[in-house]
Design a protein around this ligand. Structure first.
Ligand code: VLP
Length: 134
């Protein structure tokens, strides 16, 4: 049985989100709002097909992808840059490489105990987020 990320997840910790946002070029005023947020992630997984909806009181972001199939990502409402994204399995971790203007951009999701982990990478910055089931 492959790992199943499906569920509703609430953010409980968010390490170095500020550094990640600075690396993405998010302006000061937006960062001040964004760092106060406690986003919720709703993940629907059907095998290798994913629907990841990150919601907050400020902005929402919907990402849909199939593992192994490269797609155009527009990061609308985030940094608004376009990139080519590819998500692959690395054992039970879901690894995304976002190829574009920003070097070393991507993220990794995995489950650890009852928690959902997300590592967000951009240039030399790493943000670590932990979510618990709602
Ligand atoms: C943008 C920084 C904050 C800051 C301004 C808006 C959407 C993997 C992946 C789904 C993400 C999370 C979003 C990272 C924020 C970038 C609004 C926050 C709520 O998750 O789950 O693609 O990229």
């Amino acid at each position: 049985m492959p790992v199943d990320f499906s569920g509703t997840w609430n953010l409980v910790s968010n390490d170095n989100f500020e550094g990640y946002m600075v690396a993405l070029g998010i302006d000061f005023a937006t960062r001040k709002i964004a760092k106060m947020l406690k986003p919720q992630k709703v993940i629907k997984q059907d095998g290798d097909s994913f629907h990841v909806h990150t919601t907050s009181s400020f902005r929402d972001y919907l990402l849909e992808f199939k593992v192994g199939e490269e797609f155009e990502e527009d990061n609308k409402g985030l940094d608004n840059r376009k990139c080519k994204s590819l998500v692959t399995w690395e054992n039970d971790k879901l690894v995304c490489v976002q190829t574009g203007e920003k070097k070393n951009r991507g993220w990794t999701h995995w489950l650890e105990g009852d928690d959902l982990h997300l590592e967000l990478r951009c240039e030399n910055q790493v943000c670590r987020q932990v979510f618990k089931r709602a």
